[in-house]
Design a protein around this ligand. Structure first.
Ligand code: KG4
Ligand code: ZN
Length: 342
């Protein structure tokens, strides 16, 4: 096993260009992020072609910026990790082509990293990190999963959404309430002013034993309620936001609780953009405290998409990988259970 490894991580699976450098002995040396959110806001969602084009425009200057921040030159890099999937095909291609080409020019290895594994192991970038095994609740705009993390590289999906991701449900509901895109954080702010007793929205699939979830019915329920009331009334909008958020949080908390009871695990990691939701954090924290366990949140900027998590996982995997092929891999669909343990 090589002892020295300094990896450049490249994340371009969706609408964020994230670049970072992780050193096996020194830890995270630098990271930068460029979010395309403003570009996509006027379309109400991510436009894949625009995402790819913007990654092309930003990726090389960002790599230069991260090297400067770390006080390094390209020749100091001993490996490159790029997000291989899951994600948008064109966006992934940009990071993979640049990463593979850069590695080739430096004569160092390049490795594709599973984006979800990046999210799962992002808490390892923090000082206070969970010990294996633990449970991860991944809640983002694209994913909603409860994952049993047995050890690094060994994952089992215990439950997932059967339709909309939870962030997507937040965004769609926010749109119905006229809050713009992406509206998760604005919906949370509005919900704070809401009366939780005015509506009681359905908690989907709680009667089912399975840990799978469903959020599209809840969004449809909101649409039906909105058809019957006046959205001119600010209090009404706040009450709807509040009821929606309560239903989502109750569902996520109960499903996580059942997963904790099923596994007997004592640590829960919450990752993904929706982990920014304060009310969700509080609810999961209370649930874990009542069970003598601990909940871990990566810092805010590493909850959402970022290059640091890719550089970290890339470093761990490259330290244990002998292969030095010049091929390039992207997998727009890439299951966690297909990964080799490390
Ligand atoms: O992980 P992320 O940055 O991007 C991916 O989806 O990959 O997650 C973004 C999602 C969006 O759906 C956004 O509305 C949601 O996270 N989000 C929130 C909050 N902040 C961001 N949802 C609820 N409450 C929040 N405070
Ligand atoms: Zn993500």
């Amino acid at each position: 096993m090589q002892s020295e490894m300094r990896v450049l991580g490249i994340e371009t699976s969706c609408d964020e260009t994230g670049i970072a450098i992780f050193d096996a002995s020194l830890g995270l040396l630098a990271h930068v992020l460029y979010s395309q959110v403003k570009i996509h806001a006027e379309y109400g969602g991510v436009v894949p072609e625009l995402a790819s084009r913007d990654h092309i425009a930003k990726i090389l200057p960002l790599i230069q910026t991260v090297l400067t921040k770390a006080n390094l030159q390209a020749k100091d890099i001993s490996g490159v990790a790029y997000t291989g999937g899951p994600g948008l095909l064109g966006a992934l291609l940009v990071g993979a082509c640049v990463g593979r080409a850069l590695a080739y020019s430096l004569n160092v290895p390049a490795i594709p990293i599973n984006h979800l594994e990046g999210h799962i192991l992002a808490p390892m970038l923090e000082e206070s990190k969970p010990c294996f095994p633990f449970l991860t609740l991944l809640v983002s705009g694209g994913h909603t999963q409860i994952i049993k993390v047995i050890k690094a590289g060994h994952y089992e999906i215990l439950g997932e959404t059967l339709d909309d991701a939870v962030g997507e449900a937040f965004d769609k509901t926010a749109k119905l309430l006229g809050l713009g895109y992406p509206g998760g954080a604005r919906l949370e702010a509005l919900a704070k002013k809401g009366n939780p007793l005015r509506f009681n929205f359905p908690r989907p699939m709680l009667d089912k034993k399975s840990l799978d979830m469903s959020f599209s019915g809840l969004k449809t329920h909101v649409a039906q309620v909105i058809n019957q009331v006046s959205l001119q009334d600010e209090q009404m909008r706040a009450d709807i936001a509040c009821a929606f958020q309560e239903a989502v949080i109750a569902t996520l908390t109960i499903k996580s609780q059942r997963a904790i009871e099923k596994t007997g695990y004592k640590a829960l990691v919450v990752a993904g953009g929706v982990a920014a939701n304060y009310a969700l954090r509080l609810s999961l924290q209370q649930m874990m405290e009542q069970r003598g366990g601990t909940v871990y949140f990566p810092r805010q900027e590493f909850c959402t998409d970022n290059g640091a998590m890719i550089a970290y996982v890339g470093c761990q995997r490259l330290l244990r990988t002998k292969m030095q092929a010049f091929d390039m891999h992207i997998y727009p669909r890439w299951s966690l259970s297909d990964l080799p343990p490390f």
